[in-house]
Design a protein around this ligand. Structure first.
Ligand SMILES: Cc1cc2nc3c(=O)[nH]c(=O)nc-3n(C[C@H](O)[C@H](O)[C@H](O)COP(=O)(O)O)c2cc1C
Length: 198
């Protein structure tokens, strides 16, 4: 079982990255294969459909890592009430990628991060717009981390309720990853014909 955690912030020293690192460590503690993709360091150019060969050098190795996953954790900062442009850009690559199965019918745990009281808007937005052409499946158990600097201290979640919620949401994600496997293996799926969700 492999879970890929994606950190969506485009900032150095981002709190979303610290949250993503924490969650990756927790998954590794559950004896899962857990990778971390940092969209700040592994920066994809803004998507276009050109054929220059430049973006493929960054995208193709990333696509390979994502395609091997059984599930994902998407950690997004709340920036101007929205989910990260990095994740939005990534979804354009996934939906246009050579491998239509990169995210399709794989479960996703959403995590919204805010230094203030935010984090809910990006969760709602991701739920509404994320799955259409990527075909990922959003777990109902998301995680909102408001006032992140008070909650995540020295790499640990110090607020009991948030730490317990994080643990619970990860465990539910793993169950969804197991449960959706037969669906991904089913011969019913036809992403060539129905690649664009309506
Ligand atoms: C351009 C920008 C816009 C932001 N807008 C919001 C916002 O609308 N709501 C909010 O709660 N926090 C906002 N923040 C603060 C982030 O919640 C804060 O930086 C937090 O640490 C998560 O972002 P990070 O992962 O980039 O650190 C904003 C930060 C930046 C850099």
């Amino acid at each position: 079982m492999k879970i890929v955690v994606v950190s969506g912030s485009m900032r150095d020293k981002s709190q979303s990255y610290s949250v993503a690192e924490y969650l990756q460590k927790r998954l590794a503690g559950m004896e899962l294969d857990a990778d971390l993709v940092d969209l700040n360091k592994q920066r994809l150019p803004l998507f276009d459909d050109s054929d220059t060969g430049e973006w493929q050098k960054i995208w193709e190795p990333m696509e390979e890592v994502l395609a091997k996953a059984d599930g994902f954790v998407f950690v997004t900062p709340e920036w101007d009430g929205m989910f990260s442009a990095g994740l939005h850009n990534l979804f354009n690559y996934v939906a246009s990628g050579s491998d239509k199965n990169t995210m399709a019918h794989k479960p996703v745990m959403l995590v919204g991060v805010s230094s203030g009281m935010g984090g809910a808007y990006p969760l709602a937005q991701l739920r509404m717009t994320g799955p259409k052409n990527t075909h990922f499946v959003v777990s109902p158990e998301n995680l909102r981390i408001a006032q992140v600097k008070e909650v995540l201290v020295d790499g640990e979640i110090v607020v009991d309720g948030v730490r317990e919620r994080a643990e619970y949401s990860l465990k539910v994600l793993i169950e969804y990853a197991k449960a959706l496997k037969p669906i991904r293996e089913s011969d019913i799926l036809d992403l060539k014909k129905f690649g664009s969700g309506q």
